[in-house]
Write a protein that binds this ligand. Structure first.
Ligand SMILES: [Zn+2]
Length: 322
């Protein structure tokens, strides 16, 4: 990839960015610059990345909103930017399926060399999984605004991979929590919470003239909401992440301005959140098991005294005595 070094390119970057921020009127230069980007986006060209606009944005991780503006501007349905699928509807459905496909491909490529190698320990395999597959799966997750259905899909993939690595079959009846404990990793929900809080900390500490920070604190001056349930926003996701990690909403920005304190706090919070989730899961499971046993012992057959697990079971058993 070409590195823009000349003064001319630098000027174009500044010019294009000022256009994105709406500081200049449309002119022939704007038409030309955006026309070139549209052609590259449509033809899925690799040199899309060397376009001044894209190049300037490369240092910015919060690309979703900026590129959303470009997409609307260019009237392209979707295109891949730095490996992220961006759609004009701003939906993450395609992005999640692409991420799962890419992670699955990188998992498949290591099948012979790593997963099937009996000389490697489970610990090494899990470390490789975290470094290669998991990072491909959660690439760019810092700016995602996920619904429960997306997290479910990601979690299913995470479990499927870990179970295959550790050779746990369905009939072994190992719970998801035990799989995570064995692999010494956390659930997707916790990993997402942690990386979003880490990114929010970076945003808070950025200087005020940086685009991601401006976008983070900005809001639309006009427009109206559609009827029905409002679409989920990053703000709501962040609020939930803070609640999960038991961080007070009121002064989280003050805490985040200290990098070291913020890191410790978020890590501790995420670990506590994971523990609480596991505890709740264990309690629920114990309650279900206890419920089955207690109900089972209380329904004996009045003819032969056989103990049935449920009323339904008793009814079907009673057919024997007809
Ligand atoms: Zn009976």
């Amino acid at each position: 990839m070409e590195v823009a070094g000349s003064v001319n390119t630098q000027q174009r970057i500044t010019y294009d960015l000022s256009l994105i921020q709406g500081k200049q009127d449309s002119s022939s230069a704007l038409e030309h610059s955006l026309g070139a980007l549209r052609t590259m986006a449509e033809r899925r060209r690799e040199n899309c990345l060397t376009h001044p606009v894209c190049f300037a944005l490369m240092s910015i991780k919060c690309v979703h909103l900026i590129l959303y503006i470009i997409l609307v501007h260019l009237s392209v349905d979707s295109f891949t930017y730095l490996g992220n699928s961006l759609s004009s509807s701003n939906s993450l459905d395609k992005e999640i399926s692409t991420r799962i496909a890419k992670a699955n491909a990188s998992y498949g490529r290591l099948q012979k060399r790593v997963w099937c190698d009996r000389g490697l320990s489970i610990e090494t395999k899990c470390a490789v999984y975290k470094a290669v597959v998991l990072s491909a799966l959660l690439y760019g997750c810092e700016s995602w605004t996920l619904y429960r259905r997306h997290i479910k899909l990601l979690d299913q993939f995470h479990q499927r991979c870990l179970r295959r690595i550790m050779n746990i079959k369905w009939f072994n009846k190992v719970t998801n929590v035990k799989v995570l404990q064995k692999a010494k990793t956390q659930s997707i929900d916790t990993l997402l919470t942690l990386s979003q809080l880490r990114w929010s900390g970076h945003l808070v500490r950025m200087s005020d003239d940086r685009l991601p920070k401006q976008l983070f604190y900005s809001e639309l001056s006009e427009g109206h909401r559609l009827r029905g349930r409002p679409t989920l926003r990053f703000k709501a996701t962040l609020k939930k992440s803070l609640q999960n990690c038991r961080i007070a909403m009121a002064h989280w920005e003050t805490t985040a301005s200290n990098r070291r304190v913020w890191k410790q706090l978020t890590r501790k919070g995420a670990a506590a959140y994971e523990q609480a989730k596991r505890r709740a899961h264990a309690e629920k499971r114990a309650a279900t098991n206890a419920g089955t046993e207690s109900r089972g012992s209380s329904i004996p057959c009045h003819v032969c005294g056989r103990i049935c697990a449920s009323e339904f079971g008793l009814r079907s058993h009673l057919r024997v005595h007809r």
